[in-house]
Ligand binder design. Sequence first.
Ligand SMILES: [Mg+2]
Length: 259
Amino acid sequence: MKKTIIILIVLTLTCLGFTDDIGLMRKSLIMSTLWQTTSAEYRALAYQAYNIARLRLDEDLRITRTQKRAIIVDADETVIDNSAFQIKAIVDGAQYSRDFDNWVKSAEAKAIPGALDFLNYAFDNGCEIYYISNRKLRHMEGTLNNLKALGYPQSEESHILLNDDTSNKGIRRDQVAEDHFIVMLIGDNLIDFEDVFRMKNIEERFSSVEDFKDEFGKKFIILPNPMYGEWEKTLYGGPRQIPEKTKKKKLWEHLNNNK
Ligand SMILES: [Mg+2]
């Protein structure tokens, strides 16, 4: 009887995917996605980010500027919340490229707490809002519809700069800087702020953050995203599309290196 129960538990855990290599990666994604979607701490941090943004904007508005002010925001996990897609990936096995296209088309993503009020406040106070995202050009219509549906200011093609042929956002930031004073940049990923953060290892990323430490909470406003991002790619030393077993091996290496 006891033996039968143990076998049943092992079978159940195996079905849930918690005991094999893929299970570890799924479990990691489950916890990070649940943190993003259910923790009040996440919401508090998002409000904190946008409260600081407003404080910084109010400081800047006291200065007379000849150039038009602009605020640059990233899209995913900065103004729009894709955690529902992450849940589809876990529960239904949705795939990033193919199914993400349909998710974008659906324009169903919700707003990140605090983002809508802040960007409307900034727009009402004369700032131009630019959405610089590494979504692809084919995602323009869905992104536009989603931003519009949520009520974001300047939800129009000329203010949404997507990934044309490079994920290097610096080129698009420079376009905005040509005829605007950029008050601040808001993102969930360091590459939303400066190209110096691109394609580096963990130590180099730490060092670059040290170099820019005074900018966080000032010109750079960062939001948390434990679900994905450059931080995760850095763990694998490159792209995320590698075998799950290799991912697991690399994760253990990092844990051992940081003991
Ligand atoms: Mg993002």
